[in-house]
Each structure stands twice: as structure tokens, then as C-alpha cells.
Design a protein around this ligand. Structure first.
Ligand code: TMP
Length: 194
């Protein structure tokens, strides 16, 4: 591998992406690869601020939230993702710009505007090699969530799913199945990159 591999996992709250990301990480390590598992929102100051807003105690304008997600992403890209790729690691990232497009568009922000806004935080040289969309029915996804964050409701998640399905270059995996079956498909699509 000359450069690292950048894998993004996307999906609704409750789609099982954290479980699949961990399984993927462990499997890659066992196969002898150097991998990094990371997520957005991050654990840094901006990410923590976002988590507070997601808890719903105070209402924030969706545009403000978009700017925060994008700022968090910019720091994440520069400080964690890029260095890991430069070190030839396989980066497994839970959520990336597709989340901003799918979720903040579901909050009523124009999709084209969000795409353009994201492009300011992006490095055109760094594109995900694979974006997996773990597709789960919104009612199942909502029933699996329990943190009480603001986006965890079936009606909203239905809109988010529709937005995801409008995006190009997503590899869809049916996440409504048992964990092992989903992971078997994950391994198949990731193996192509290795
Ligand atoms: P998580 O539950 O996967 O950790 O993600 C936190 C929540 O933040 C989830 O409801 C999706 C939402 N989100 C956005 O609305 N926009 C974004 O850009 C990102 C990264 C997450």
C-alpha cells in the first residue's frame, strides 16, 4: 500500500455502525494491517460542544450546527485522518461529510448549500476509498437508540434515509440482518481495497 486506505461508515442512528466498525478494526488487525478507528463528531472540544447540543437541552439553529460539524471535520481531517493516511494506515471513520448532507438537509437546509459548505472543509486530495451505507429501516434504527439525542426519532430518520439514498458513490449494505451476516458483506467490500 503506497498510501493508507480511507473507509467511511455511514447510516442512521442505531444502524449498527459502531459494532461493525469495531469488528472491522479487529479483523484488519488480525490480518496484520495497521488500522485506526475514529468517529465524528470527534472527542475534541468542538465535538464535545456538538454532543451537548445533540442532548437537546438548548435549541440551536440547524445552520449553526452544520458549521460546527464542518469545523469539527476540518480539525479531524487535518490532525487525525491525514496523518494516519500518510502513515499508510487503514482509517475506519464512523460518519463523514455524508452525515452533514443527510442529517442537516433533513433539518431543512438546502442540500446543494451543504455540499458546497463541506467543500470548504475538505482537502480535494483526500477522498474516501469506500463509503459504506449501513441501511436499516428507520423504525428498527429508532428502536435501537437510547441516548435521547435530538435526531433519534423515526420520522426524522426517515427523511435522513431518503437523503442518504440520493447521494452518489455509497456502497449499500443491508443492515437489517444479524451482525455476522452484515459483517460478512463488510469484509467482502473492504477486501477489494486491500
Ligand atoms: P453518532 O450517534 O453516530 O455518534 O452521531 C451523533 C449524531 O450526530 C447522529 O444523530 C448523527 C448526527 N450528525 C449530524 O447530524 N451531522 C453530522 O455531520 C454528523 C457527523 C453527525
Amino acid at each position: 500500500m503506497e498510501k493508507g486506505v480511507f473507509i467511511v461508515l455511514e447510516g442512521l442512528d442505531g444502524c449498527g455502525k459502531s459494532t461493525q466498525a469495531k469488528l472491522l478494526y479487529e479483523w484488519l488487525k488480525k490480518e496484520g494491517y495497521n488500522a485506526l478507528i475514529t468517529a465524528e463528531p470527534t472527542r475534541n472540544e468542538i465535538g464535545r460542544c456538538i454532543r451537548k447540543i445533540l442532548s437537546g437541552k438548548k435549541r440551536y439553529n440547524p445552520k449553526t450546527l452544520s458549521y460546527l460539524f464542518i469545523s469539527d471535520r476540518h480539525e479531524h481531517l487535518e490532525k487525525e485522518i491525514k496523518p494516519a493516511l500518510d502513515n499508510k494506515k487503514i482509517v475506519i471513520c464512523e460518519r463523514y461529510y455524508h452525515s452533514t448532507i443527510a442529517y442537516q438537509a433533513a433539518q431543512g437546509i438546502d442540500m446543494e448549500y451543504l455540499i458546497e459548505l463541506n467543500s470548504f472543509a475538505m482537502d480535494p486530495e483526500i477522498k474516501p476509498d469506500l463509503v459504506i451505507f449501513l441501511d436499516v429501516k428507520p423504525d428498527i434504527a429508532a428502536s435501537r437508540t437510547s441516548t435521547g439525542e435530538i435526531f433519534e426519532n423515526e420520522k426524522f430518520l426517515r427523511g435522513v434515509r431518503e437523503n442518504y439514498l440520493r447521494l452518489d458513490n455509497l456502497t449499500r449494505i443491508d443492515g437489517n440482518r444479524p451482525i455476522e451476516e452484515v459483517f460478512s458483506d463488510m469484509k467482502k467490500v473492504v477486501s477489494v481495497l486491500l
